[in-house]
Each structure stands twice: as structure tokens, then as C-alpha cells.
Write a protein that binds this ligand. Structure first.
Ligand SMILES: [Fe+2]
Length: 187
């Protein structure tokens, strides 16, 4: 998989090509998966600034690329140890590739019918540890949480069909069965 010349610009070119050829989101993420893995394994584009985590929740979201219409958005997200997200969806396809460290990804299923505004009942399902070389793919309604379970900062490469602050996505407060709008601070 190693290709020391592969960079964000080439990846963005490949994303444009794939998303112009495919409309099925499952096919899009399957074609992007090996390319995200290749970019994650190619350290040339990674800068020290990408290790900044200033959000109250202990992570930092760094935009590497998006198109003018906010499509094909690529982020490097850094997480402090023992910090992470609430369960959330993306309302667009997503490909997440581990770069450094150990991130626990927990999947959730929604068991209410979505008819009550602001209410959501989730059930925890599978969980996996994402480390360097691993890639996970999600579709728009899939719900996951991410937590840095390692002792060092973790880094992962996230690619979305659309910039995540432009999809109208949600996060979920499972203690109170609430669905809330989810906007992240970009570093
Ligand atoms: Fe996510």
C-alpha cells in the first residue's frame, strides 16, 4: 500500500472522479476505502498543527480539503486520550481511516420511529478498535461514537460526501434520549 507520492491533492482528484462516476453511496465508500487507507499510510501531508485539540470535548477537527459546494470534505481529526464524541450520524457517506493511536468506534441502532421531534432512543450494538491501517465506512443514517482509548493522542482521516457542518446531522444524548443538532468547531 505504500506510495510516498500520494497526497491530499491526488486524493481529492480521485474523490472527484469516483463521485462523478458513482451515485450509489455503498459503491462510493467501497471505492474510496483503499485510497483513504493509502493516504493515511502516507505521512507527507501530516503537519504538527494537525495535532491541536481545542474543543471542550478534547478533539481537534482540521479541514484538509473540500470542494466549493462543500462536497468531498476531508478532515484530519485529533483526539486527546480518554476523550471522544457522543453518538452521532453524518447525513452523508463517511470513510474513516486510522492514522495513529487507538480509537474505539461504537455503532448504535435507532429503535424509535423518529416521529417525535428531538427524541431518539438508541441501542448500542457492535464496537471495534480503529488503529493505523484500519478503515471503517458509514452511510448517512448510520450512528457511531468515537473514543480515544489509547494512552497517546489519536489521529484519524475522515472523508465525507459533504462537509459535516453542512449536512444537518445530529448527535444523541443517550442518557436523556435526546436528538440534538451537531455542529463541530473547525480548527
Ligand atoms: Fe463520526
Amino acid at each position: 500500500m505504500s506510495d510516498s507520492t500520494y497526497d491530499v491533492a491526488q486524493y481529492a482528484h480521485d474523490l472527484r472522479q469516483i463521485t462523478s462516476e458513482e451515485t450509489d453511496h455503498k459503491k462510493i465508500v467501497q471505492r474510496i476505502r483503499p485510497l483513504a487507507q493509502k493516504l493515511a499510510a502516507t505521512p507527507g501531508w501530516l503537519e504538527n498543527a494537525h495535532r491541536t485539540c481545542t474543543s471542550e470535548r478534547g478533539f481537534g477537527v482540521h479541514l484538509l480539503h473540500e470542494e466549493d459546494d462543500h462536497s468531498n470534505a476531508v478532515f484530519l481529526i485529533a483526539w486527546l486520550p480518554d476523550r471522544g464524541t457522543l453518538p452521532h450520524n453524518h447525513k452523508t457517506w463517511a470513510v474513516v481511516a486510522g492514522v495513529e493511536g487507538e480509537e474505539q468506534e461504537i455503532m448504535f441502532s435507532r429503535v424509535d420511529d423518529g416521529s417525535k421531534n428531538g427524541y431518539a432512543k438508541l441501542e448500542r450494538s457492535t464496537d471495534t478498535i480503529v488503529t493505523a491501517g484500519d478503515v471503517t465506512c458509514l452511510l448517512g443514517e448510520d450512528i457511531h461514537s468515537v473514543w480515544n482509548v489509547g494512552e497517546e493522542m489519536s489521529l484519524s482521516l475522515h472523508t465525507y460526501g459533504r462537509h459535516i457542518n453542512h449536512t444537518g446531522r445530529s448527535e444523541f444524548d443517550t442518557d436523556n434520549d435526546k436528538e440534538l443538532p451537531y455542529i463541530v468547531e473547525i480548527e
